[in-house]
Ligand binder design. Structure first.
Ligand code: IPE
Ligand code: IPE
Ligand code: MG
Length: 253
């Protein structure tokens, strides 16, 4: 077999490293379809998906991405069959228990974004331990969106702003973009520069509605268990070639 240039050379070698995103958000979709295309159960799709999560976290960290936000379980995912939901909860507890130390050793800070209400106690315990174990790290923040919904997040932000107003700590005139951002689960973090969604679906599915206002969107047909390091490199390479305008006009040259 002859090896062509395209087979062996990663786009990572050529991409403009100065243009890499600071914050990448990922909707990891397609575990179920990946499994059923292979005659496997959905559980196996989720298990294979977990392996890709670990690889993509490592790649993002090694490249120097400062914030990585992954959508692990949405406020809508409770509508799935109860055996799938409990399988996801069990896997989540097990993986966090096994991997939080490793991530911590690599300087990664684990942060959870989502509503605690409704999450089983054992899951909350695993979350709190992982957060505590990695709280002093700063090389990359890994936001795990769990029981996350952007509308729930905005509702929670409005509630906390209203309670400050009730205590006379702010008035309507002081409500601006910065104030709202500072009441979201991602407070203190830059908005995502790049959103990746796998599996061919091209929708936001209640993810980071406020924060994605000016993100570049990248959709791939690959299901999440097929989203390897080289697929991630392709997405990053594509991002480095985008021109972000922020409402202004194109800068010539
Ligand atoms: C994403 O894969 C994982 C979660 C939402 C937890 P899916 O489970 O949504 O896979 P598809 O979309 O059914 O293929
Ligand atoms: C979005 O995927 C949620 C996660 C990846 C956790 P879904 O598979 O739940 O989204 P829809 O239902 O296809 O919009
Ligand atoms: Mg899906």
């Amino acid at each position: 077999m002859t090896l062509t240039m395209g087979d062996s050379i990663s786009p990572f070698l050529f991409m403009d490293k100065n243009k890499l995103p600071q914050h990448v958000a990922i909707i990891m979709d397609g575990n179920g379809r990946w499994a059923s295309a292979r005659g496997l159960g959905r559980t196996q799709g989720h298990m294979e998906g977990v392996k890709r999560i670990q690889e993509i976290i490592k790649t993002a960290h090694d490249i120097g991405i400062k914030f990585l936000t992954i959508y692990a379980f949405s406020t809508e995912n409770w509508k799935r069959p109860s055996d799938e939901v409990s399988m996801i909860m069990r896997t989540f507890i097990a993986v966090l228990g096994q991997k939080a130390k490793d991530l911590g050793r690599n300087g990664i800070r684990i942060n959870f974004i989502g509503r605690r209400t409704g999450v089983p106690d054992e899951v909350l315990k695993a979350i709190d331990q992982a957060v505590h174990l990695t709280m002093n790290n700063s090389s990359m923040t890994l936001n795990i969106a769990f029981n996350y919904g952007a509308r729930a997040e905005i509702i929670d932000a409005v509630k906390s702003i209203v309670s400050l107003a009730r205590e006379d700590k702010l008035n309507a005139d002081s409500i601006d973009e910065q104030l709202i951002s500072s009441h979201l689960y991602t407070r203190g973090q830059p908005d995502p520069d790049l959103l990746i969604r796998t599996s061919g679906e091209e929708r936001i599915s209640n993810f980071l509605l406020w924060q994605l206002s000016y993100a570049e969107l990248y959709f791939t047909d690959k299901c999440w268990p097929d989203f390897t390091e080289s697929e991630f490199h392709k997405a990053l390479d594509n991002y480095t070639q985008r021109e972000r305008r922020w409402g202004t006009i194109r800068v010539p040259g």
